[in-house]
Design a protein around this ligand. Structure first.
Ligand code: COI
Length: 355
């Protein structure tokens, strides 16, 4: 795509939030990127406009049949004042993979990265610099055609919004308590679990709310068929360090292919830490815990970065991990990933772009 991005700047720039109290996804910058799709025109009319509510037809298909996908990325400001993006090409690949599964037309990933860079240049002063903060980038695509027939929409909108954020979990790097969900299911192979589709998150909310009432931060999903194999934690992929080896569920069609997940696997391989992507049952984890071999558990995600898990509850069992403290490997991964993302560590893998 080579169409020029039109820019309309806001007349009333917003007030910047206190960067010590950002939380996650509560504040939004002054502008957003918007681009339309029509089946006869393709993707067209790329524009940056003041951040504002969008007007939509109540019959727009996204409201009825949930044709909606999104991505999550982060921008950091380096010490030399440049903006750094971490593996944006991976997010674009996944966006098109989600598009494909949801019947949404392919989008030019390079053009979307160009649009994101242009948007961030304009709202650069919103990038927080406090330790543990960043500018979260949320591209999403929705079906906009007013029609109640169940089929792929003829029109879509891509919108990119930016949000200065702190840690996803309010406790930051404080290990979280997670409940292994035994009743509800997030996704099943052949479904949309591998896609970053809005519906996957809707499916996770009830169990998550129940878990919250019981004092847990999140739920750990098991496979839908046997209710036995570990899948993911709705907002992050999950890793277990058992007897010196790191194990994470293999990508199987119902698990999100996390960008942080694959970065962690690559780092572990480089460091010579044995890492396995395979089926992993909750029984195996429970047994390891009984034998004192469950050394570390951590989640990975763009929002979550590396989030240590301090306690895992499964039915009537409580598995305490590393006495509820962050493990050495989790800390090293957190320091390395955030070091690369903030530009404080040299990028020897071609993972980052700066501008
Ligand atoms: C991300 O990590 O970027 C996500 O999209 C997870 C989301 C549930 C906050």
């Amino acid at each position: 795509m080579s169409e020029e991005i039109k820019v309309q700047l806001t007349a009333t720039p917003g007030e910047k939030p206190d960067s010590q109290k950002l939380g996650f996804g509560k504040y939004f910058t002054d502008h957003m990127f918007v681009m339309d799709y029509h089946k006869d025109k393709g993707w067209h009319d790329p524009r940056i406009v003041p951040y504002a509510p969008i007007v939509m037809d109540p019959a727009a298909m996204v409201f009825h049949y949930g044709q909606a996908v999104f991505e999550g990325m982060k921008a950091y400001l380096t010490d030399s004042g440049k903006v750094l993006l971490f593996r944006p090409d991976q997010n674009m690949q996944r966006l098109n993979c989600s598009n494909d599964r949801l019947g949404i037309p392919e989008i030019d990933g390079d053009f979307v990265i160009h649009a994101i860079k242009t948007l961030i240049e304009i709202d650069k002063s919103w990038i927080p610099t406090e330790k543990g903060t960043s500018l979260y980038i949320r591209p999403f695509i929705i079906a906009t055609e007013p029609c109640l027939g169940v089929r792929s929409s003829y029109t879509y909108q891509l919108i990119v919004i930016l949000s200065p954020v702190g840690a996803y979990y309010s406790g930051g790097l404080e290990p979280v308590k997670i409940n292994v969900e035994s009743d509800y299911t997030r996704a099943v192979r052949g479904g949309i679990g591998f896609a970053k589709a809005a519906g996957n998150y809707a499916a996770s909310i009830k169990a998550q709310e129940n878990a919250k009432k019981d004092g847990f931060s999140q739920v750990l999903w098991l496979d839908a068929i046997e209710k036995k194999y570990i899948e993911e934690v709705g907002s992050m992929n999950i890793f277990f360090k058992i007897g010196g080896k790191v194990i994470t569920p293999a990508i199987n069609g119902s698990i999100l292919k996390g960008v942080t997940r694959s970065s962690v696997i690559a780092l572990l391989q480089e460091w010579g830490v044995p890492v396995e992507e395979r089926k992993l049952s909750i029984d195996e984890i429970f047994e390891a815990s009984q034998q004192g071999l469950l050394e570390e558990v951590f989640g990975t995600g763009t929002a979550a970065v590396i989030s240590p898990v301090g306690e895992l509850h499964w039915k009537e069992h409580t598995m305490k991990i590393n006495e509820g403290k962050i493990g050495e490997l989790s800390q090293k991964l957190y320091d390395t990933i955030t070091g690369l993302q903030s530009g404080n560590l040299p990028d020897t893998r071609n993972w980052t772009i700066t501008f």
